[in-house]
Design a binder for this molecule. Structure first.
Ligand code: FAD
Length: 382
């Protein structure tokens, strides 16, 4: 998802579009040196002669220019750190000249959920891959707008609940409800995506391959754990190191265990019972020494199959000047780097209690307004 895509870039004489979404906008009188590889146009003009990494195809923007980094919660900190904006010690270790010593890459948060939480049903109401030949299913969708392909990314229900650990101001668990599970494609793909061992798949899910099931995915909305993004090297073609650090704080696993128990209660309601709903009771081989369905068992299950819902945020945290964890101020300007903003999911100080796409769009809209205000001045009342 592109944000900040309406950054009035034409009016500001945008100097380049990086990838599909990242706009670098020169702002007068700012002094910034940062680098970026232009995926679309390696021939892009080098605005500043101060090329830090001559050996690579970089666009270097600086000295009289400035812009906004909008590469998302993983790549924005990577770009910032490659450009010398980040934790001094880490940058010096990689011999990157330090432009600003800031806690870039810290405060990584994500929504992590319990995977493989599977319930069987007696009726043919779920997605079983064998039952849906691709061509017929596609035609059904194209011609009539009906059939399994109308399912919203496989998630047909959402619920927000409070556990006993919640603060009652916001829910602490969200459920994604899907009419399928690990067994629904008979082990073709999902087990690989989740990285399940053969022993786990063969023991627990193979016996019900291609049978009707649904899954509930309780996920942690307000994790206490914090992860980080760091540079592996000063080579921008190297992926950054990402440590999500899920469940580092013991409160997180306790909350998710409560989510599992609420999930069992949901599955036992009359609405689900109508379909013969029952928990799939083969214990995980690595957890079978624990009492089945005890808190300890759920913890073992969660630690065995956890899954991200792909909502990383927080790595260029917005905060007031006195906040030692802050990277950008409340107008999204990077502390100590005049003219540079970050406008994407990485500025969120705390992950929201819900999916992140809409909040990020809001960040983009607000960031756009802030840039325009700085250029045009605040709107005067008529
Ligand atoms: C698989 C998946 C499913 C999701 N489903 C949902 C959902 O159902 N609902 C929901 O609310 N949220 C969902 N999200 C989360 C949501 O998409 C993100 O929170 C949101 O897109 C973040 O926006 P962003 O602008 O911060 O980053 P991004 O959307 O990641 O945008 C960053 C852009 O920068 C570009 N970029 C990065 N590095 C470089 C580089 N070095 N050079 C050039 N370009 C670069 C990227 O290509 C990308 O286009 C999902 C995310 C994923 C990955």
């Amino acid at each position: 998802m592109a944000i900040a895509h309406i950054l009035a870039s034409t009016a500001l004489k945008s100097v380049g579009i990086i990838g599909s979404t990242l706009w670098i906008i020169p702002l007068i009188l700012a002094s910034l040196t940062y680098i970026h590889y232009d995926k679309l146009d390696p021939e892009s003009p080098v605005i500043n002669q101060k090329t830090l990494y001559k050996e690579y195809d970089f666009v270097v923007v600086g000295g009289g220019s400035a812009g906004a980094v909008v590469a998302g919660a993983i790549n924005s900190p990577q770009i910032m750190m490659l450009s010398g904006i980040g934790p001094k010690r880490d940058l010096e270790r990689l011999n990157i000249p330090v432009l600003a010593d800031l806690p870039v890459g810290k405060n990584l948060q994500d929504h992590v959920g319990m995977g493989g939480f599977t319930f069987r049903v007696d009726k043919p109401i779920s997605i079983v891959q064998d039952r849906f030949p691709a061509f017929a299913m596609s035609m059904q969708y194209i011609l009539n707008g009906k059939g399994p392909m109308t399912t919203l990314g496989g998630v047909e229900g959402l619920a927000f609940v409070d556990t006993k650990y919640g603060n009652r101001s916001w829910p602490d668990i969200q459920f994604h409800m899907a009419p399928a599970s690990v067994n629904s494609d008979a082990g073709a793909r999902v087990r690989k995506v989740l990285g399940l061992t053969d022993e786990l798949y063969n023991t627990v899910y193979k016996p019900i391959a291609n049978q009707d099931v649904y899954s509930l995915i309780p996920l942690l909305l307000r994790p206490h754990s914090r992860g980080w993004v760091k540079l592996k090297s000063k080579n921008p073609f190297d992926d950054p190191i990402i440590n999500a650090n899920y469940f580092d704080d013991p409160r997180d696993i306790k909350t998710l265990v409560e989510g599992a128990k609420i999930g069992i209660n949901i599955s036992e309601t009359n609405a689900f019972k109508k379909f013969g709903s029952r928990f799939h009771i083969i214990p995980f081989p690595n957890c079978k020494h624990l009492e089945f369905r005890s808190d300890e068992y759920w913890e073992c299950h969660i630690r065995t199959i956890s899954m991200t819902i792909y909502h990383p945020v927080g790595t260029c945290k917005m905060g007031p000047r006195w906040d030692s964890g802050a990277v950008v101020d409340p107008r999204l300007r990077v502390y100590g780097v005049p003219g540079l903003r970050v406008i994407d999911a990485s500025i969120m100080p705390t992950i929201p209690s819900g999916n992140t796409n809409a909040p990020v769009i809001m960040v983009g809209e607000k960031g756009t307004d802030l840039v325009k205000e700085d250029w045009l001045g605040p709107r005067q009342p008529k």
